[in-house]
Design a protein around this ligand. Structure first.
Ligand code: SF4
Ligand code: SF4
Length: 78
């Protein structure tokens, strides 16, 4: 899927991460084209983290690849 930039339209799409559902497979971090997603990766505490939320372009690659449905799609008016 090509990158799709919702910023060209009146609505901005972005994602929220439910860290409680995250199983720390890191697939979302690998596919994110904007390096939005980081890691909390210590021994008993591992999950993805939206470290640069403002850079999210709403491409939904993370949503599509997450095996555990940890992302929610959000839209707001610009
Ligand atoms: S929607 Fe796209 S840009 Fe935003 S966090 Fe997911 S993969 Fe990264
Ligand atoms: S793809 Fe899903 S389960 Fe894997 S690190 Fe990302 S949010 Fe967590």
């Amino acid at each position: 899927m090509n990158d799709f930039d919702m910023n060209d339209f009146d609505m901005k799409r972005y994602v929220q991460l439910d860290t409680g559902k995250c199983k720390a497979c890191w697939k979302c971090q690998e596919v994110c084209p904007r390096q939005v997603i980081g890691k909390i990766n210590i021994i008993i505490h591992k999950h993805a983290l939206m470290k640069r939320k403002a850079d999210c372009i709403g491409c939904l690659k993370c949503v599509e690849i997450c095996p555990y449905g940890a992302f929610n799609v959000m839209t707001i008016e610009k």
